[in-house]
Design a protein. Structure first.
Lengths: 230, 119
């Protein structure tokens, strides 16, 4: 999860998010170099004693400041498109989970093998135990096996919501009457937090998402326990 | 322990408020190489031509080119290493998972001895 006053991305927990982080670093380096260039040009223009009021048809500089931005844009676009197509690759998911948005909670359905479904409500602040995070914890987490491709089908029962987990690099709108699909692989075991990302009413800020990635045998024990409790 | 790591990440220095050089791989090396390249190019040009302003321009161009070159080289090398690491991880995982089965690519099947009485 994010630490206090964090500005940058959270640590990546999926291969796609790792690629997005690397692309972001690449884009920021290019932005830094462009900003440095502009600053240098401003200082040079302000500090020169030379003036020429009669410049006409300066072909060379025109060519430079047409070609250079085009080259910069290509340098940014190529890795960007690579990641775009990487995210759209057809993978063979090991598990499909339906995430349904409600006002104001999420419900998850694991219907591949048995009918397992549960609601996930935010833990109120007064019910938190020491060590838990305010406005982020839920009573039931979406548990997934680690290192397995997971397909998440996102929809909503009432108004627009959005299912987002930043550290997994996942965000998908939950639209009533529409089934949206996204996929991720949790590279490491852990607990990953997200929040509803589409304004959906009074408690829009109070319907978080918690994904817990565990080894497969733990996932099997958890699903057995949840089915028995149901 | 986690708190110390978080405070280190929080205190990362951002050049021009844009790029966190402490926490971004290859950023610090690229900027240092760029600074060195800039100094070298500007100084050499000045020694050759004694033109101050133009030497500053050449130095700045040297900074841009050296930074970009160092950055791309370091990032491409890191990407290749990451790819190799992922392949090795998958290979280890598959070896452990498929050892002893027909899908095991490491151990070769035992050669059957020829049957003397077979036609």
């Amino acid at each position: 999860m994010a630490h206090p006053s964090q500005l940058g991305f959270q640590d990546a927990a999926s291969p796609v998010m790792e690629e997005l982080l690397h692309f972001h670093d690449h884009a920021l380096m290019i932005v830094l170099l462009i900003s440095t260039l502009v600053l240098y040009i401003i200082v040079a223009m302000v500090s020169t004693k030379l003036t020429n009021k009669y410049i006409l048809d300066s072909q060379e500089i025109e060519i430079v400041w047409t070609v250079l931005p085009a080259v910069i844009l290509i340098l940014i676009a190529l890795p960007s498109l690579r990641i775009l197509y990487l995210m759209d690759e057809i993978n063979d998911p090991h598990l499909t989970i339906k995430a349904m948005g409600h006002q104001w909670y999420w419900s998850y359905e694991y219907t591949d093998y048995e009918d397992l479904g549960f609601d996930s409500y935010m833990v109120p602040t007064q019910d938190l135990v020491p060590g838990q995070f305010r406005l982020l914890e839920t009573d039931h987490r979406m548990v997934v096996p680690v290192e397995s491709p997971i397909r998440v089908l996102v929809s909503a029962e009432d108004v627009l919501h959005s299912w987002a987990v930043p550290s997994l690099g996942v965000k998908m709108d939950a639209v009533p009457g529409r089934l949206n699909q996204t996929a991720f692989i949790a590279s490491r075991p852990g607990v990953f937090y997200g929040q509803c990302s589409e304004i959906c009413g009074a408690n829009h800020s109070f319907m978080p998402i918690v994904v817990e990635a565990v080894p497969l045998e733990h996932f099997e024990k958890w699903s057995t326990m949840m089915l028995e409790d149901a | 322990m986690a708190g110390e790591e978080e405070s280190d990440k929080k205190n990362g220095f951002k050049v021009l408020g844009i790029l966190d050089v402490q926490n971004t791989p290859c950023a610090r090396e690229a900027l240092l190489h760029g600074s060195g390249g800039s100094l070298a190019a500007g100084l050499l040009h000045f020694l050759a031509t004694s033109r101050v302003k133009r030497s500053f321009d050449v130095g700045f161009a040297g900074f841009m080119l050296t930074t970009l070159g160092s950055w791309f080289y370091c990032r491409i090398t890191n990407a290749q290493l990451r790819m190799q690491q992922r392949l090795i991880q998958d290979g280890i995982k598959n070896k452990v998972m498929y050892e002893g089965t027909s899908l095991d690519t490491i151990s070769k099947p035992k050669e059957q001895e020829p049957c003397p009485s077979c036609p």
